[in-house]
Write a protein that binds this ligand. Sequence first.
Ligand code: SF4
Length: 498
Amino acid sequence: MPPSHPFDFDAIDPDGDGDTLHEECGIFGVIGAADAANFVALGLHALQHRGQEAGGIVAHHPETGFNSARRFGYVRDNFTKQSLMETLPGPLAIGHVRYSTAGSKGQTAIRDVQPFFGEFSMGGAAIAHNGNITNADSLRRELIERGSIFQSSSDSECIIHLMARSLQRDIPARMEDALRRVEGAFSVVAMTRTKLIGVRDPLGVRPLVLGKLGGEDHGGWVLSSETCALDIIGAEYVREIEPGEMVVITAEHGVQSHHPFRPARPRFCIFEHVYFSRPDSIIGGRSVYETRRQIGVELAKEAPVEADLVCPVPDSGTPAAIGFSQESGIPYAMGIVRNQYMGRTFIEPTEQIRNMGVRLKLNVNRALIEGKRVILVDDSVVRGTTSRKIKEMILDAGAAEVHFRIASPPTAWPCFYGVDTPNREKLLAATMSEDEMRDHLGVDSLRFISLDGLYRAVGEAKGRNATQPQYCDACFSGEYPVVPADMIEKGFQMKAAE
Ligand code: SF4
């Protein structure tokens, strides 16, 4: 288990009460660079916001073959040590950072940490998966009945076993076979001895981008969950891997593209724009920062309120608060300050310190807040526990009024596509109306951006197409683009058709 520490300020959920949504994973791969594992470590470091629990790297060298290292904790604490990185030589490497949704949630064993490796008759292959396989339980049952021996509790391991059962003669073709059996959301980065492979599911729910290292005619290729991880290694952004596309990259032939799945309408995760991706990433040709600022503009139009200050809940509420301030003309202020430099310390945890909860992470700028009517802009409300504590802190500091403006629609449904959400009954918006949530949080007003407003902010001028939604927005709408078969078997009830 990774150490749980009350001063672990990089963890997004300081109270550990499940009041935040967590992206499951970040994936990264490099081919054609000397000591590719070093680039992968840097890429994973830039993707650390997508998973802080554990990370792993597999590298291949023509003389030493495949080598791997999997560790709990942050990339910077593990994959910066020369002694470790020297064990991962070679021009081809892939890596993975994970939170945990599928698999042994909260009790991860090192065997659940990716990349996973399989030895096939035509050679070895390693895979790293971001997303969630929605028919993993039934696949696992079938595979076990047919003799597969699973080593982890991760849904992603199904892909390796499906590849082992394929009769195709090369590994990319076996991956195609395997992924055609898989339902749900997946972006995959994989490697053989000579190939770097990237795949996105037919709906393209989770992101994956292609980058180039060292110019047009030479150098290496990179696959990454987000563009911000290309920047850190000086790679040039080339394009997104398309929904349903598989790219097979070799040093000799460069990028070869296939489309092995039946074509489908893309349904990218709209929450990547709101919260998961880093604001310095580009998604679908749009700056994530600019989209978030635009969400604030839309919110100010939809839900204006008289106030003295607009303050973000750091850090992910910041661009939307800036947009809200610009549109409304109400001054922007850093009314809440994040304790940036507290970091991990050697101080022993005590019960008293644990009880400080959100105060350890955020502090109110009392001099700014006192006597003011404050608009707080946050990215989402999940269970509402953090929002209540922040409201109390603001009132303790002497605010005259507190108004919440939320940069996403009410999160009323769980995600089954690679984002950790509490059970439906624990989602505040699943059991309360907006007015009830306002009263529950004890604030003067509470408004969420509308689904149409969110679509406009991501560039869909006419808003959401109700008959053919342009994005996955299931956690807001309850309309799941892929039927979550395993969850239905476990008793989950889909929204009734209207
Ligand atoms: S359900 Fe929500 S968080 Fe999950 S993929 Fe869809 S939009 Fe993203």
